[in-house]
Design a binder for this molecule. Structure first.
Ligand SMILES: CC(C)(COP(=O)(O)OP(=O)(O)OC[C@H]1O[C@@H](n2cnc3c(N)ncnc32)[C@H](O)[C@@H]1OP(=O)(O)O)[C@@H](O)C(=O)NCCC(=O)NCCS
Length: 151
């Protein structure tokens, strides 16, 4: 499946709503407005089908290279290889900026997603870690493994 990619801008919120099938404008705007980060949208023909976020200056102390986060594929378009394609694009963009490694976190109970990343060449380098973030003004803690790949 041939995808095209673009960096998400404020005017793209409608595409993000279509991918997520709900309005999450606060989350999307936060990602769009982040400095030293890229929020990438994937399209199949003209249809928005997925997104991924790259954080070049992550706040988590165990991150030592650009972090790939928030990989998401529209529910009706899953299991067609789109996530693999989006990950390759994220890695390409990280490499183009001169970095030699990419990293990501996966929740310890998400066994198949961890396998999915391992098949793409990522391997566990540390963890479990307590990944804390705010969602709807509530503190959320996820227990994650940290994975890395040489690009
Ligand atoms: C995780 C996610 C991005 C995968 O997207 P996708 O486009 O369906 O993935 P792909 O089609 O590229 O599949 C990649 C591999 O994972 C496997 N896979 C996909 N969904 C799976 C599932 N529900 N259970 C087990 N394996 C699965 C595929 O079989 C494929 O393996 P293969 O190459 O051997 O066939 C998608 O399910 C999603 O958006 N989930 C919700 C958000 C999320 O959990 N993101 C991950 C954050 S860490």
């Amino acid at each position: 499946m041939k995808l095209t990619f673009k960096q998400a801008k404020k005017g793209d919120l409608k595409f993000l709503d279509e991918i997520r099938e709900k309005k999450l404008n606060k989350i999307h705007l936060y990602r769009i407005n982040r400095k030293q980060a890229e929020y990438i949208l994937a399209f199949y023909k003209k249809e928005p089908v997925g997104h991924v976020f790259i954080d070049y200056k992550s706040k988590y102390k165990w991150h030592s290279c650009p972090a790939i986060e928030d990989l998401y594929v529209k529910a009706s378009k899953r299991k067609k290889g789109i996530a693999i394609n989006i990950m390759k694009q994220a890695e390409k963009q990280i490499k183009q900026k001169g970095f030699k490694e990419a990293c990501l976190d996966v929740e310890t109970h998400e066994h198949w997603i961890k396998k999915f990343y391992e098949r793409l060449g990522y391997s566990k380098v540390s963890g479990p870690h307590n990944l804390k973030y705010k969602s709807n003004n509530k503190e959320v803690t996820e227990i994650v493994f940290h994975l890395k790949k040489q690009l």
